[in-house]
Design a protein around this ligand. Structure first.
Ligand code: DOR
Ligand code: ZN
Ligand code: ZN
Length: 352
């Protein structure tokens, strides 16, 4: 019998569940099944729904939708042009404030400096301000965090320039953490030729040199965690004349990382730190207690989209050969995945 390796359950701090409002793409049940299939026992949902999570009422509606979840879950609050006045009402119920400083999926966008200053001024220091801020915009976000002495979390760092900014900010003791996504670690803009509009995402896929600097940042301890930015859209939407940004990632992240482990691109210690220990710390948790993933490190297999749990039903990694397979997943002591089958009922998930 092959010896299985036991990893702590993964925690994904950056996921788009699409529920409510865009459940043709995904919902709490289907996304949380995809999460468990990928070894992710806890996730945090982003606020950029069609009716975004920008007030207490919307947060209550989202919490209700989340009751379908089979994995553990949490939420972020989304910044708009005026809602810093509501921070006190929601602060204890969310893991952070999300500010979209560039345009992407959904209606949330804050570019006005006066509004940004209000958000940075009013959001308490003890939880992160997460930003979608690409290139020059990231410099603006770091400047705001430094001036207002707040905890900035940089979502989906994708370029060597962005990595350098974060490295410098950390050296200057500005409170900055950052994440990278599997798609920026395993795909480059060369793949756009074969993937076409499926590869449309924000931030876009970058060069091989950028990809290499992200791996360097991982191994030098600049990158704090890996988050999927699971952003499902239907195939029909992706193949339309105006494809929306984003790709799914919950089920493919760990197999890709195990392959990287097999290829000595990352150590086992680092993999665990970036997918479980640091995400838990980021959320102010110890871990998702008594939760683990059993993997066969040597098993070779091919990612096939027909086997995915995500409602969108496709993957940019379809056809990719990987080494390392998830055999079983346990959440709070209960076996929830066996041989790729989800064996737990709707609603097993709990708030993180
Ligand atoms: O590609 C992306 N998709 N980037 C984002 O920032 C948002 C996400 C989405 O919600 O679809
Ligand atoms: Zn983003
Ligand atoms: Zn995102």
């Amino acid at each position: 019998m092959t010896k299985l390796l036991k990893l702590p359950g993964l925690i994904d701090v950056h996921v788009h569940l699409r529920d409510p409002g865009a459940t043709q793409k995904e919902d709490f049940y289907t996304a949380s099944r995809a999460a468990l299939a990928g070894g992710v026992v806890g996730l945090v949902d982003m606020p950029n729904n069609p009716a975004p999570t920008i007030n207490l009422k919307r947060l209550v509606v989202k919490k209700q939708a989340a009751k379908k979840s089979v994995c553990d879950y949490g939420f972020y609050f989304g910044a708009n042009q005026e809602n810093w006045k509501d921070f006190r009402k929601v602060f204890s119920q969310v893991f952070g404030l999300k500010i979209y400083m560039n345009h992407t999926t959904g209606p949330l966008l804050v570019e006005d400096l006066a509004v940004l200053q209000q958000h940075f001024k009013n959001w308490p220091q003890s939880k992160p301000i997460l930003v979608h801020a690409e290139q020059d915009t990231l410099a603006k976000a770091i400047g705001l965090a430094a001036c207002w002495d707040k905890w900035l979390h940089v979502c989906h760092l994708a370029t060597s320039e962005e990595l350098e900014l974060v490295k410098k900010a950390k050296q200057k003791k500005i409170k900055v953490t950052c994440e990278v996504t599997p798609h920026h670690l395993f795909l480059t803009k060369d793949e756009v030729k074969t993937l076409g509009s499926l590869a449309v995402m924000r931030p876009p896929l970058q060069t091989r040199a950028d990809l290499k600097s992200l791996w360097w940042g991982i191994n030098k301890g600049i990158v704090d965690l890996i988050a999927t930015d699971h952003a499902p859209h239907t195939l029909k939407e992706k193949q339309s004349s105006s494809p929306p940004n984003g790709i799914p990632g919950l089920e493919t992240s760990l197999p890709l990382l195990l392959t990287a482990l097999n290829e000595n691109k990352i150590t086992l210690k680092k993999l665990i730190e970036l997918t479980s220990i640091n995400p838990a710390k980021f959320l102010g948790l110890k871990s998702v207690k008594n939760s683990w993933v059993e993997v066969d490190l040597n098993k070779k297999w091919i990612i096939e989209q027909k086997n995915l749990q995500t409602k969108c039903g496709w993957s940019a990694f379809h056809g990719r050969k990987v080494i390392g397979k998830i055999e079983r997943v346990f959440l709070r002591g209960k076996k929830v995945v066996e041989n790729g089958k989800i064996i737990v009922k709707k609603g097993f998930g709990k708030p993180l």
